[in-house]
Design a protein around this ligand. Structure first.
Ligand code: CIR
Length: 261
């Protein structure tokens, strides 16, 4: 498997002042809004350093979780798929995203009720996609997504993470590196879907850092997790580490703050 994908653009949306009212299972306290804005700005700057041109949507207080744009779409090279987020309160987030994506994608598919899919459950690995079935992505949605991807020549397989209590989405615990390796939390190491690949193990206490983002020649990684960062560097990855504390408080990782294509 060789990802070989070049990214040139991303859509982001800074958090709105009420983003602390969004969904969370983390017990890390209330996010500090001005710090969240600073962390988001640094994130945007890192995307630009990786060569991406950004579309910055205005904060949307109607949807407190709307800064987590990744959950609203799956952007493959040959098509975009608009999701139907698993949380009721997030369903309306897809409207502006679809409008935005119509400017760049000729082929747009949609997940329909009763299917639900959150983009955070979808791990792209070249022309193959791992589709997490989670508390947010249901089997109907996963099947619709697999069919939609299949229309464009992509293959996929399901990974049921409903019993992996430490993660909200599949990608909270896995990332695909360009060289065909997976970054994996311990609980996913034994999954048959990943056993056939080389992996980088994320140790105890560093699980949050499994959600890293490969962008062209660079890997974005959450700051404060030295063991995994050292390991990636030793594998030859060029890394940029970013402070994510305020988004972590709302169950958000690095990947969920952008839609990259
Ligand atoms: C939610 O629970 O929906 C948001 N507070 C966090 C979403 C994180 N999204 C992601 O990891 N892709």
């Amino acid at each position: 498997m060789n990802q070989g994908r070049t990214f040139s653009r991303a859509i982001v949306r800074p958090p709105s002042p009420n983003f602390f009212t969004g969904h969370t299972t983390a017990d890390l306290g209330k996010p500090n809004y001005s710090m969240a804005l600073k962390q988001h700005a640094a994130y945007c700057e890192a995307l630009e350093r990786c060569g991406l041109t950004l579309t910055v949507l205005p904060p949307d207080s109607q949807y407190p979780d709307s800064t987590f744009v990744e959950d609203t779409a799956i952007l493959a090279k040959r098509c975009a798929i608009i999701t139907r987020p698993g949380a009721d309160s997030r369903r309306g987030e897809v409207g502006t995203i679809e409008h935005e994506l119509a400017k760049s994608f000729d082929q747009i598919e949609k997940i329909e009720a009763p299917g639900t899919v959150d983009g955070g459950d979808i791990c792209e690995a070249g022309d193959h996609f791992f589709i997490g079935i989670s508390q947010r992505t249901n089997e109907v949605g996963a099947r619709q997504l697999a069919d939609a991807l299949g229309k464009y020549g992509y293959t996929s397989e399901f990974v049921d993470v409903r019993n992996v209590k430490s993660i909200l989405h599949l990608k909270s615990g896995v990332a695909f590196l360009n060289d065909g390796r997976f970054v994996l939390i311990d609980e996913l190491q034994s999954f048959a879907q990943f056993r056939r690949f080389k992996s980088v193990r994320v140790g105890t206490g560093e699980e949050y850092a499994a959600n890293c983002v490969v962008l062209n020649e660079t890997v974005l990684i959450a700051a404060g997790f030295p063991a995994i960062e050292r390991e990636l560097t030793q594998l030859g990855c060029q890394t940029i580490s970013l402070h994510m504390s305020e988004f972590q408080k709302m169950d958000g990782g690095l990947s969920c703050l952008s839609l990259r294509f």
